[in-house]
Design a protein around this ligand. Structure first.
Ligand SMILES: C[S@@+](CC[C@H](N)C(=O)[O-])C[C@H]1O[C@@H](n2cnc3c(N)ncnc32)[C@H](O)[C@@H]1O
Length: 279
């Protein structure tokens, strides 16, 4: 039926003297995601009732309709093809979810997706790469991106799953690179650190300088706006680990340092402010 519609449209375009390709100049052809892959995409993204899901190139709306109907999310689909939009609207009506879903006929490259907490995509590697700078800049840290089949080159996924097809999950990282001034009230007194962080997507690495000494940042991890690392505190008679946990909000990080483990553990609040962006 669908193939028949394409041929009919191509025939009309041909008869009108318009090249068929001009009628279908989409960046990605329509291929629907199989239902088991839809399930795995939504499971991997941990979609829930608080989520706003945006499907870029939404086809017949199946990913969004499942997100809304099975997980209680809200969402928007965007597709250039008017037949796909009509199918989606009809499917949303049949599913009884029109109050929590909308479909827009628009170019995904011009669509404002910044309000998403989850972005779903079944596009192409070249399209993912064209979108990548905007995904990193415009989505809030912590936004989950799931892609059916296609990767994002050197932006490694945070998780990968295979249920018939590859599904990749990325969590948009906060921008944390640069130099930070952090102070921590250690038992031996307040200590001020200058922490230098280098970042490539969600991968981070760094050192801390204090009192003309240098300390490594061990096990440094960034997931969305959440940063964790370990430093060794040499201020007391016995060296002790400092487990840093913080949330990044622009040029400020705030959180808790756990000093020591088990019955020795003490929690200390810490705060850092960015003093220079990445060089
Ligand atoms: C591979 S299909 C995926 C459909 C759906 N997301 C799914 O997984 O079942 C890609 C969709 O992207 C749409 N598309 C291609 N280029 C587009 C563009 N520039 N803007 C919006 N939609 C586009 C196509 O019409 C098609 O429906």
């Amino acid at each position: 039926m669908r193939a028949g519609l394409y041929w009919l449209a191509a025939l009309i375009a041909f008869a009108a003297g318009v090249p068929a390709a001009a009628q279908f100049s989409y960046d990605v052809p329509y291929v629907p995601t199989p239902p088991v892959v839809v399930e795995e995409m939504l499971r991997l993204a941990n979609v829930g009732p608080d989520d706003f899901v945006i499907d870029l190139g939404s086809g017949d709306g199946r990913i969004l309709i499942a997100a809304v109907k099975k997980f209680g999310a809200r969402g928007v689909g965007v597709d250039l093809d008017p037949d796909r939009i009509a199918e989606s609207v009809y499917a949303a009506q049949l599913a009884g979810v029109t109050d929590r879903i909308a479909f827009h006929r628009q170019d995904l490259f011009k669509f404002d997706f910044s309000r998403a907490s989850v972005v779903t995509m079944y596009l192409l590697p070249s399209v993912n790469i064209r979108l990548r700078p905007r995904l990193l800049k415009e989505l809030k840290p912590g936004t989950r991106i799931v892609s059916h089949d296609f990767h994002m080159e050197d932006w490694q996924p945070d998780q990968k799953s295979t249920v018939r097809k590859n599904v990749f999950l990325w969590i948009v990282p906060a921008q944390i690179d640069g130099r930070w001034r952090a102070s921590v009230a250690l038992p031996a007194g307040e200590r001020s650190y200058e922490i230098e962080i280098k970042q490539k997507f969600q991968e981070i690495d760094g050192v801390a300088r204090y009192d003309k000494k240098v300390a490594g940042l061990w096990n440094a991890k960034l997931q969305g706006d959440r940063v964790n690392f370990v430093m060794v505190d040499d201020s007391g008679p016995v060296e002790t680990n400092l487990y840093f946990d913080g949330r990044v909000a622009g040029d400020v990080i705030e959180g808790v340092v756990r000093r020591g483990i088990g019955s020795d553990e003490k929690q200390i609040k810490w705060r850092a402010t960015r003093i220079a962006p990445a060089s």
